[in-house]
Ligand binder design. Structure first.
Ligand SMILES: C[S@@+](CC[C@H](N)C(=O)[O-])C[C@H]1O[C@@H](n2cnc3c(N)ncnc32)[C@H](O)[C@@H]1O
Length: 205
């Protein structure tokens, strides 16, 4: 039995073919720098960033359809043409869908920490992901990561050190506009520490 494909929400990126890499013009018609918010949740971070930086494009990636629809509605209401939402699994998006050398910054903010040892292999930050990230980042592109989970933070630092291709960058609180995410506001309100790191792909090989 054939299934009718779901119609795209306004502002949603619904790829015609999930089995090849997108070409850049399928993401946005303008060639502005592209930033990706992986696991965007309620989308408040991506929405604020898109408002603040109209000369950049933002792709918010989220697997839950209800959240995707909500972010699309908010982006449409705010007339944000530089924000699109993709409903897809995060790892697949980075490993198989995004064009090579297309992303100027990838934000991974409060991803699931998978605290149990038997689930650690489900953590996003590990060698295959970092290798795929390396291919989709432009030279000089950045990876920004935040978590409240100290053990995952230490894990990410070890994985990045093992990968060895990215350079550490400072990230003082007031370095640039960077709104708190929905989860971050909740964690901070509970008095939890937020850990963050920022690394850069070298500008030359
Ligand atoms: C803990 S929440 C953080 C949301 C947001 N980044 C924030 O800081 O408020 C993690 C989000 O990632 C989404 N998510 C988890 N695993 C995912 C995956 N494998 N692919 C895409 N989205 C995923 C969840 O549905 C959820 O919205």
């Amino acid at each position: 039995m054939s299934q009718t494909p779901r119609a795209a929400e306004p502002g949603e990126l619904l790829p015609k073919d999930y089995f090849r890499r997108l070409i850049t013009s399928e993401l946005f018609t303008s060639r502005s720098p592209l930033e990706v918010d992986l696991g965007c949740g309620d989308g408040s971070f991506a929405l604020e960033m898109a408002r603040q930086y109209p000369a950049r494009n933002f792709l918010a990636v989220e697997r839950l359809l209800g959240r995707v629809r909500k972010v699309c509605r908010r982006a449409t209401k705010a007339k944000l043409e530089n924000l699109r939402v993709l409903r897809l699994e995060a790892r697949y998006t980075v490993e198989w869908l995004l064009p090579h050398a297309s992303v100027s910054r990838l934000h991974l903010l409060f991803p699931d920490p998978w605290p149990k040892a038997k689930h650690h292999r489900r953590r996003l930050v590990q060698q295959e992901f970092l290798s795929a990230l390396d291919t989709i980042l432009v030279p000089g592109g950045e990876f920004l990561f935040k978590t409240d989970h100290e053990e995952y933070f230490e894990w990410a630092k070890v994985e990045l050190a093992m990968f060895g291709r990215f350079l550490p960058l400072d990230w003082p609180e007031d370095a640039f506009f960077y709104p708190q995410t929905d989860f971050e506001r909740q964690w901070r309100a509970e008095g939890r520490t937020v850990f963050h790191l920022r690394v850069q792909k070298p500008t030359s090989a």
